[in-house]
Design a protein around this ligand. Structure first.
Ligand SMILES: [Zn+2]
Ligand SMILES: [Zn+2]
Length: 223
């Protein structure tokens, strides 16, 4: 399966494209499952517009691609969605910024549970996270897996991030010790381009990561 479930549209302040343009680019790029995941603080009070629009497009293109309606949630204390904001109408939520000082969340499974949908951790070096907090990596990954939380391999490479690649992802794909821990824990992985500019979209990177995960005998999340 070739799945890219991290993408931004004009609902994110940092994005600019119509969701339909993204879906067309994904189809052209041979993506089979495509998730749109705009920022919670970008969607803000337009949640029902956003969901309706993505669902309509999902229906329009259903013979060519499976389109998912997701969201990316910032865990910075000043960007958190309101307490009563659950995400049951989304297919999944990606949580970001967990490793930063402005995130006050310590119990990730408890935090994830509030959203009432499948939750993944976006672009975070979880091995560094464990080291920093003196957590035993295998136990930590097992605790995420048993809460049904998945971990993203972020394949972003674009102009708005200065053409950088995430070093945790590069490391994971070559580090057999890390791969063994992830395998044993049973945690599922997702892949996302995290695109913000249609002209930067490179589906080859998604194919590479999905194939690599399969080759390594690891599990790609299936939402
Ligand atoms: Zn992000
Ligand atoms: Zn993002």
């Amino acid at each position: 399966m070739i799945a890219d479930i991290h993408n931004h549209t004009y609902y994110s302040g940092c994005g600019k494209d119509h969701p339909e343009k993204l879906i067309e680019a994904a189809i052209k790029g041979g993506i089979e499952v495509f998730g749109i995941s705009d920022h919670n603080y970008g969607i803000d009070d337009r949640k029902s517009n956003y969901v309706n629009q993505i669902r309509q497009l999902a229906d329009k293109y259903k013979d060519k691609i499976k389109v998912l309606c997701g969201i990316e949630i910032s865990s910075y204390y000043y960007q958190l969605p309101p307490e009563d904001w659950d995400c049951h109408e989304f297919d999944y939520a990606l949580v970001e910024n967990l490793q930063n000082d402005d995130c006050k969340i310590t119990d990730i499974p408890a935090f994830a549970k509030k959203f009432k949908c499948r939750v993944g951790i976006a672009h975070t070096d979880l091995f560094y996270y464990c080291k920093n907090r003196k957590l035993y990596a295998l136990d930590f990954f097992k605790s995420l897996a048993s809460a049904n939380i998945f971990w993203e391999m972020n394949m972003s490479y674009d102009s708005i991030h200065g053409w950088r690649e995430h070093t945790y992802m590069l490391e994971f794909f070559k580090n057999e010790e890390q791969q063994a821990i992830v395998k044993e824990s049973g945690i599922e992985l997702s892949v996302g381009f995290d695109g913000h500019r249609i002209e930067d979209y490179d589906p080859k990177r998604i194919h590479y990561a999905c194939n690599k995960i399969e080759e390594l005998g690891l599990k790609l999340v299936n939402i």
